[in-house]
Design a protein around this ligand. Structure first.
Ligand SMILES: Cc1cc2nc3c(=O)[nH]c(=O)nc-3n(C[C@H](O)[C@H](O)[C@H](O)COP(=O)(O)OP(=O)(O)OC[C@H]3O[C@@H](n4cnc5c(N)ncnc54)[C@H](O)[C@@H]3O)c2cc1C
Length: 402
């Protein structure tokens, strides 16, 4: 059936929904607040559970063109520099899960989804803020504000994909705003050609230290190294508005000072890598408690997807991945539906526990990555003895939505 779908937000969840739903035969309109799609974010990792979906959408060649395909995941001690464990990726992941593990710049992933959605027939309106939604028995009414005034639209379904600071979720669920998690992410990109040979890397590497960890991996066909430092603490003087802009840019001096303090005692190679960065952008991470029920995914004819539904810490590297899985399931349910509310309920029933499990896994990983004292000794011993078994996540990577 050709349902009319209105999508609020043109980020990863919004564009993935636009692509999946248009491919499923729906008429899809995306309303995005930003005037232009900026190069926001930095790298993201996508496990085989996600690349499997992208391949089913015909994006295999596009992925080959822009992503990197790391050959292994290494866990290292930030203090001693020791390699604690290695999980083979590359051909091994392909063989075990039937799809690759990739690392990609968020802007490249977004562009890939956007281009494919447009080619499939989705329509995208930029500079358009969705301000209100009202679900009735037969349709959903949506108000949009643009520079030239307000407009009212009706659709069979509205998709709320307005991200972690979702105003629309707050209207629908009346649960209050997202809360700072007390963790900060400092992100930068380094051109590999500018680095000395021993610092270049085509692996995913996680350096675990007390109260902080560092992750790096290749993006843009391996030419750039995406480097992220995750620390515990708040960012003084940052307002809610700064948070919503994605980029609380710090002065180089402030970032250097904070990172030195957070990585006190780190080994020389890690300090050298951090010192190679010229500028950093800092994100105070925000979250909610893991999903508690299907009502947090669907309200009447409105479906919440991606970070609007299930914001999560990035410690399982699956926030964008879950948005893409959500989009695939929503499209499958609506493709065959004559009863739209029932299809939305089926979508919510299929998704909320999976998303809650990933949210809980991300919280747990943060505790493991930042462990200190006896817990750190136990973690390091466990990784040395059974690393690949502990690092592989069949429940996560083996999950199939299509
Ligand atoms: C440090 C860090 C590392 C990460 N690493 C990974 C990783 O390795 N792997 C992974 O899968 N994920 C990762 N993530 C998570 C991932 O970036 C997010 O989960 C993903 O971007 C969420 O997509 P979204 O579309 O829900 O939200 P967004 O991408 O934030 O998009 C929301 C969009 O809605 C628009 N909008 C907002 N309000 C309105 C409105 N009222 N009307 C219209 N438009 C509106 C915004 O302008 C924006 O374009 C990471 C996140 C962080 C912070």
């Amino acid at each position: 059936m050709s349902h009319k779908i209105l999508i609020a937000g043109g980020g990863i969840a919004g564009m993935a929904s636009a692509l999946a739903l248009t491919r499923a035969g729906c008429q899809t309109q995306v309303y995005e607040r930003a005037q232009v799609f900026a190069e926001v974010g930095a790298g993201v990792q996508l496990g085989p559970n996600v690349t499997h979906v992208l391949q089913a959408w015909g994006l295999q060649t596009a992925l080959q063109d822009v992503a990197a395909f790391p050959t292994q995941l290494q866990a290292r001690s930030a203090l001693s520099g020791d390699v604690l464990a290695t999980l083979p990726l590359g051909a091994d992941t392909q063989r075990r899960y039937g799809a690759p593990y990739v690392t990609i710049h968020r802007a490249d992933l977004h562009q890939m989804l956007y281009g494919a959605a447009m080619a499939a027939g989705a329509q995208v309106h930029s500079g358009a803020v969705v301000t209100a939604l009202k679900s009735t028995a037969g349709h959903v009414e949506v108000q949009v504000s643009q520079a030239d005034g307000h407009t009212q639209h009706t659709a069979d379904v509205a998709v709320v994909a307005d991200g972690v600071w979702s105003q629309l979720r707050q209207q629908l669920l009346v649960e209050g705003s997202v809360q700072p998690a007390g963790h900060l992410a400092y992100r930068t990109l380094l051109r590999q050609a500018d680095l000395p040979a021993h610092m270049r890397s085509q692996d995913v590497t996680v350096w675990m230290g007390p109260y902080a960890h560092v992750v790096h991996y290749p993006v843009r066909g391996g030419e750039w190294l995406n480097l992220v430092v995750l620390t515990e603490g708040q960012m003084p003087g940052v307002t809610a508005d700064d948070l919503q802009s994605w980029n609380a840019q710090q002065t180089p001096e402030q970032a250097e000072h904070d990172l030195k303090a957070a990585l006190r005692g780190a080994c020389v190679p890690l300090q050298a890598l951090i010192g190679a960065a010229a500028s950093w952008r800092a994100w105070p991470l925000c979250g909610r408690t893991p999903m508690q029920g299907a009502h947090q995914h669907v309200q009447g004819r409105v479906a919440l997807l991606g970070d609007a539904a299930h914001p999560m810490l990035p410690y399982l590297a699956q926030g964008a991945g879950m948005a893409i899985e959500d989009a695939a399931v929503l499209a499958q349910q609506l493709a065959v539906a004559s009863n739209v509310p029932q299809a939305l309920q089926a979508f919510a029933a299929q998704r909320w526990q999976r998303n809650a499990q990933v949210q809980r896994g991300a919280i747990r990983n943060g505790q493991v990555f930042h462990a200190r004292g006896p817990m750190r000794w136990g973690r390091d011993l466990g990784l040395r003895l059974a690393g690949p078994m502990l690092m592989d996540q069949p429940w996560l990577y083996g999950h199939r939505v299509n």
